[in-house]
Design a protein around this ligand. Structure first.
Ligand SMILES: [Zn+2]
Length: 457
């Protein structure tokens, strides 16, 4: 029996495995679920042992544990590290679910349940494929490690320190992520880049206390007026960031991503309709919008506060005003340098008589970009092309997936996102589902990918 035959013969067992996994209410956002988190960590560790891993360990962190499994079959063979997570998003709003979130249900060849697409189903594929190799061949076709975390849905606060501490044990030639998602159900894709993120507040202060706008209006400093003028200086009339040094170090994207942007026929009118915004005139090209979402760094205002914002009026001149800002970064930009450039620009435009302060929210994360020539990437693309009938597009993600940058920084390894969930599967929303057709394809795809990575010497 071949590994692929074994997988086909055991599909129902694989689905039952996902169902058992989904029944565990492993919410990382709410401490009330810590017993369920522990149960999910144990479930993953047991599954790894059952798949044949000789070494499986729970790694404690300052938060939820990571599970590390290692199977070295031949020190001369290539080594991959598989990434995934066992925690899930909260299921609210519960009344929008057609079947209870933690009671898995199959309807129309789709499995419904919280976490089934993100990331329990895709993680189950990777686990089940290792088990198939051990049942059929006694061992996997290469050295394989799994690092499965339990805080991804809460921003992975303890993941980077864990990777840094385990650096030597995690060493590998390539990371293969079971997390991530294909961009569109009708279009095979691999994510090869995602933007980084840095967040901070800008506060402008004037007088030492709030003042009466009748007594002091016209003479006292008004921090709201100065703050909005400063904010307005950060972009040009077309919305491009106008801060000198902002994009310092940014490296050009993989040309295949630009080719993908040209090929997908992204409709800009439909985009504005879908987000409920009036269509601009003239309408920008779809390629321009997608380029801005994927490949251009941003500086966005997320909130602004100062003075009185309740109902009615209050005749106040506030002592300070604050804007919340986040920047999405592209490969090559350094989060610290970006904030420094913005701060220098703001200080250069700050009128005398005001004080400016910047408060960072964490260190931020650099963008991720996979080396376009990474051999594991073209093997993954070959497998997807065989199984899905067309060469997958190389796509970027506007949002931030920190793991790619973390693995690059600490392990020096590229990350190939090889998830079989699809962006339309309502993860993070009610009625999350996972296409069982993707499960079946994913099993064969992972089996072939591991075989071919193992043959690379
Ligand atoms: Zn996920």
């Amino acid at each position: 029996m071949t590994v692929e035959d074994w997988l086909k013969a055991h599909e129902a067992e694989g689905v039952a495995f996902i169902e058992d996994f989904v029944r565990i209410e492993s919410l990382s956002a709410d401490p009330a679920y810590s017993a369920e988190i522990a149960r999910a960590a144990g479930f993953v560790a047991d599954a790894l042992r059952h798949a044949g891993f000789p070494a499986v360990e729970q790694i404690p962190t300052a938060g939820n544990p990571c599970i590390l499994a290692e199977w070295i079959v031949d020190p001369a063979a290539p080594t991959i590290l598989v990434y995934g997570h066992y925690d899930v998003q909260p299921p609210d709003p519960l009344d929008k679910w057609l079947s209870p979130p933690f009671v898995p249900e199959v309807r129309d060849d789709r499995l419904y349940g919280r976490g089934v697409s993100d990331d329990k189903g895709p993680l189950a594929i990777a686990l089940f494929v290792v088990r198939a190799f051990s049942e059929v061949a006694g061992q996997p076709p290469l050295n394989i490690k799994f690092l499965i975390e339990g805080e991804e849905e809460s921003g992975s606060p303890n993941f980077e320190p864990t990777v840094a501490a385990l650096k030597d044990r995690l060493s590998c030639d390539l990371v293969v992520s079971a997390d991530g998602a294909m961009w569109r159900a009708d279009l095979p894709s691999v994510t090869v880049a995602s933007r980084g993120l840095v967040a901070f507040d800008v506060t402008v202060a004037g007088a030492g206390k709030d003042l009466h706008s009748g007594r002091h209006g016209g003479s006292a400093p008004n921090p709201i007026r100065v703050l909005v003028a400063l904010l307005a200086s950060l972009h040009d009339g077309e919305g491009n960031v106008a801060v000198p040094g902002f994009a310092e170090g940014a490296t050009p994207p993989d040309p295949l991503i630009e080719a993908a942007i040209r090929s997908v026929d992204f409709k800009s009118g439909g985009y504005f309709d879908a987000i409920g915004a009036p269509r601009p005139d003239p309408l920008p090209a779809g390629t321009d919008l997608l380029t801005r979402q994927w490949l251009v760094p941003t500086l966005e205002f997320n909130g602004i506060s100062g003075g009185y914002a309740g109902s009615g009026t209050k005749t106040v001149i506030p002592s300070d005003a604050t804007a919340k800002i986040t920047c999405r970064l592209v490969a090559g930009q350094d989060p610290d340098a970006v904030v420094d450039a913005i701060e220098a620009h703001l200080r250069g435009h700050l009128p005398t008589g005001y004080q400016l302060s910047i408060a960072r929210h964490g260190p931020g994360s650099a963008a991720f970009a996979l080396d376009p020539d990474q051999p594991g990437l073209s093997l993954a693309e070959d497998v997807l092309e065989e199984l899905l009938g067309q060469r997958p597009l190389r796509v970027a993600m506007g949002a931030t997936i920190p793991i790619g940058a973390i693995f690059a920084r600490h392990l020096g390894a590229g990350t190939v996102f090889f998830s079989f969930s699809t962006a339309d599967e309502d993860y993070h929303a009610p009625n999350e589902f996972f296409r069982l057709s993707s499960f079946r394809t994913g099993l064969i795809a992972w089996a072939r990918l591991l075989t071919r990575l193992g043959a690379m010497r």
